[in-house]
Design a protein. Structure first.
Length: 69
C-alpha cells in the first residue's frame, strides 16, 4: 500500500513538472514569436524606406544628367 502511494505521488509530481515545463515553453515560444514579428516588421519598413529613397535619388540623378546633356 505504501509503495502504491509513493508511485502515485511520483506520477503526480511528474505530471505537474510536465505541465509546468509545457507552460513555460509556450510562454517562451510566444515571446520569441512576438519579437520575431516586430523585427521582421521593422526590417520590412526600413527596406521599403530605403527602396523609396533609392528611387528618388535615381530619379533626381537622371534629371541632373538630362540638364547637363
Amino acid at each position: 500500500m505504501k509503495a502504491e502511494l509513493i508511485q502515485e505521488l511520483q506520477l503526480l509530481q511528474h505530471s505537474r513538472a510536465n505541465k509546468f515545463t509545457g507552460d513555460l515553453a509556450e510562454k517562451i515560444r510566444s515571446s520569441v514569436d512576438a519579437v520575431n514579428e516586430k523585427v521582421i516588421s521593422s526590417m520590412s519598413k526600413r527596406g521599403q524606406m530605403l527602396m523609396l529613397l533609392e528611387k528618388k535619388l535615381s530619379v533626381s540623378f537622371i534629371r541632373r544628367l538630362k540638364k547637363i546633356f
